[in-house]
Design a protein around this ligand. Structure first.
Ligand code: UD1
Length: 421
């Protein structure tokens, strides 16, 4: 796609100003699939323009929905859903294409799809999704790399217990159970804000979901869902990334259109590093990095409300220039340190041993040619390059564009010297 493009960053510019945070990718994608369940035209505002949301719209078009974008509003007309197959090429583009499974089973009772792709963070099984759907009455078989899923007489409610609070599995269960017969009780559900956002949308459409955002969710199945208008929540990971960028340059920024309460899992660590943070009503957050220099203690990625795995890489970039040693323990994904060798090229001192990384702060980073290997790791390279002396060249932008809308424009608007060539 944009594999030939590069970001050129001249580092050591202090970031200053006001920046608006776009809608959350990880909310927009399940919401776009949820629109399949609503008989008619749903309107999603604050929907980020990303390659992943484009891919979700192409899946919607493929199965018969009419999808159009105007600014940050996406309209999905799901009056007619006739396709039951998601082509391999679209499934491979992103892992979250798997959430179309619950929605399509709920709407048409049938779905044929291949195993999902997405960022390579290690093996990413979907056993929890499939086991839950089977317990709800779906027959699922695997042939030649394709999953054939049928809910002949419709899905029914069930008592489900997840062995791990998987975000995607929780989403698939909400989607599948919204119009299933009877009540579904889900234990050890993921508690991410994106789950609550999905439940909000479905409830506006007429679903009866109670407890989303908590560990136990109860879903009383309803006959049919009607479309509604909904606004996607702000992207807490994008907000966190831009804060890392501001703090590593000892800058001072105000984020607008963000929900600071969704960022408690990491904003306290910014403060432990010496940042000053004020939150205002109306989704505003002021952050000053003038005194940021203390390496934070051990950082362990955890399901929400713990420290998010998605902010691990940008936060590690921030720690590369702090005074002292930080230890990162990645508990969610097995292969999520692919940014480390590239950070080292930029002058960082980082050692990896399995799922643990030790970062020894250095006085300065130096510009270099680096390559993103996945989305958040790519964002980490941008954060580090902003603090590196001289010029850096970042390639692999097809990964960064999956989750950050016009990253160079956003950073330039607060004083970064960054351009795409
Ligand atoms: C979602 C997010 C992703 C984030 C992750 C964890 C989207 C589009 N993506 O991904 O950005 O990094 O949550 O916060 O929302 N697992 C299984 N079996 C399963 C499902 C998951 O073993 O059936 C394991 C995974 O391999 C992984 C862990 O559970 O080790 C977490 O996965 P999960 O919470 O499902 O993440 P995703 O929904 O893929």
């Amino acid at each position: 796609m944009n594999d030939s493009q590069k970001l050129i960053v001249n580092g050591c510019r202090r970031l200053e100003g006001e920046l608006c945070v776009h809608g959350a990718k990880n909310s927009a994608l399940p919401l776009l699939s949820a629109a399949v369940l609503a008989h008619g035209e749903s309107v999603l505002h604050n929907c980020p323009a990303l390659t992943d949301t484009d891919a979700a719209c192409r899946i919607l078009s493929h199965i018969g929905c009419k999808c159009r974008r105007s600014g940050d509003t996406v309209t999905v007309d799901a009056s007619n859903v006739f396709g039951a197959e998601i082509p391999d090429s679209l499934m491979r583009e992103m892992r979250s294409s798997i959430v179309f499974l619950g929605a399509m089973l709920g709407r048409t009772g049938h779905c044929r799809l291949s195993f999902p792709g997405g960022c390579d963070l290690g093996t990413r099984p979907i056993d929890l999704h499939l086991s839950a759907l089977k317990q709800m009455g779906a027959a699922i078989s695997e042939q030649h790399g394709f999953l054939e899923c049928n809910a002949g007489k419709g899905l029914h409610g069930a008592k489900l217990v997840l062995s791990f609070p998987s975000v995607g599995a929780t989403e698939n269960i909400l989607l599948a159970s919204a119009t299933a017969k009877g009540t579904t009780e889900l234990h050890n559900a993921a508690r991410e804000p994106e789950i609550a956002d999905l439940a909000d949308y479905l409830n506006k459409c007429g679903a009866r979901i109670h407890g989303a955002g908590e560990s136990v969710i109860v879903i009383e199945g309803v006959e049919r869902l009607a479309p509604c208008e909904h606004s996607v929540i702000p992207d807490r990971i994008v907000a966190g990334t831009y804060l890392c960028a501001a703090l590593i340059t000892h800058g001072e920024v105000i984020l607008t259109h963000c929900f600071p309460e969704h960022m408690n899992g990491f904003s306290q660590l910014f403060e432990a590093m010496g940042a000053r943070i004020y939150t205002y009503g109306g989704g505003k957050m002021y952050v000053s990095g003038k005194k940021v220099n203390i390496a934070p203690p051990t950082i362990r990625t955890m399901p929400y409300p713990g420290f998010p795995t998605d902010i691990q890489a940008p936060f590690m970039a921030l720690c590369t220039t702090a005074q002292g040693t930080s230890v990162f323990v990645e508990t969610i994904f097995e292969n999520r340190f692919r940014h480390v060798p590239e950070l080292v090229r930029l002058g960082a001192s980082v050692k990896t041993e399995g799922r643990v990384c030790v970062v020894q702060g250095v006085p300065r980073l130096t510009g270099a040619k680096v390559r993103a290997a996945e989305l958040r790791g790519g964002a980490a390279l941008v954060v580090a390059a902003l603090a590196a002396e001289g010029t850096s060249e970042i390639s692999g932008l097809q990964y960064i564009d999956r989750g950050y809308e016009n990253i160079e424009g956003a950073l330039r608007s607060i004083g970064a010297d960054i351009k795409r060539v």
